[in-house]
Design a protein. Structure first.
Length: 182
C-alpha cells in the first residue's frame, strides 16, 4: 500500500502531467520521468531521485498557462513545490527542489559555457528569475547543505527535454518516493 501522499502525487501527475513543459517538446510527466531516470542512472540517492521526479511539481499545482514564462510571468513553482513537499519528505528530497532554479542562476555564474547550453525558454525565464548570480549570491548558495545535489538535479533537468527519449513509468520510482518520506 502506498502512503496517502504518494497516491496524491500519482493522481496529480495523472490529472495534470499531460500538459506541455513550458515551451519544450515534452509533457510535464515525460520531463519528470526523464529527470528521475537520469538521477537513477547516476546512482543518486532515493531522496535525490525523488527530488528529480518532483522538482517541477509546483507547475502541477497552479492554474497558470503552460507558457506563462514566455509572457514574463514567474510562477515561482520551486517555492510552491517546496511548500507542498516539505511536510512529507526529508530535507534531502525537498531542498534540491527548492534550489533548482537558483542552481541555474548559480551555474551560469560559475560554469563557463553553461548558459549557452540552456534551451531558449530556459534562457528567457532566467532573466526574470533573477539573472546570473553575483559573487555574494554564489557564496551564499554554496552554504546550503544540499547545493551540490541541487546542481546535479539542475543538469539532469536541462537534459530531460528530449521528445525521443523513452522513460520508465512512474511506478518505477514509487519505492524511491516512499523511502524519502519523513
Ligand atoms: Fe524542470
Amino acid at each position: 500500500m502506498n502512503s496517502p501522499i504518494t497516491t496524491e502525487i500519482l493522481n496529480l501527475f495523472e490529472k495534470n502531467g499531460g500538459s506541455m513543459y513550458g515551451g519544450e517538446a515534452v509533457t510535464q510527466l515525460e520531463h519528470a520521468l526523464q529527470c528521475a531516470e537520469m538521477a537513477r542512472q547516476n546512482n543518486a540517492s532515493d531522496e535525490l531521485i525523488t527530488a528529480s521526479l518532483l522538482h517541477d511539481i509546483g507547475h502541477l499545482l497552479h492554474d497558470l498557462p503552460d507558457d506563462a514564462s514566455d509572457n514574463g510571468i514567474d510562477d515561482m513553482h520551486e517555492l510552491l513545490g517546496n511548500k507542498y513537499l516539505q511536510n512529507h519528505f526529508k530535507l534531502a528530497a525537498v531542498e534540491p527542489v527548492k534550489l533548482h532554479v537558483e542552481a541555474k542562476r548559480y551555474l551560469c555564474a560559475v560554469d563557463n559555457g553553461y548558459y549557452e547550453t540552456l534551451s531558449e525558454p530556459s534562457k528567457i525565464s532566467l532573466s526574470f528569475q533573477g539573472g546570473i548570480m553575483n559573487n555574494d549570491e554564489v557564496q551564499n548558495f554554496e552554504k546550503n547543505e544540499f547545493y551540490k545535489e541541487a546542481v546535479a538535479l539542475r543538469k539532469w533537468d536541462d537534459l530531460a527535454k528530449d521528445p525521443n527519449l523513452m522513460s520508465p513509468t512512474i511506478n518505477t520510482f514509487i519505492e524511491a518516493i516512499e523511502n524519502s518520506l519523513k
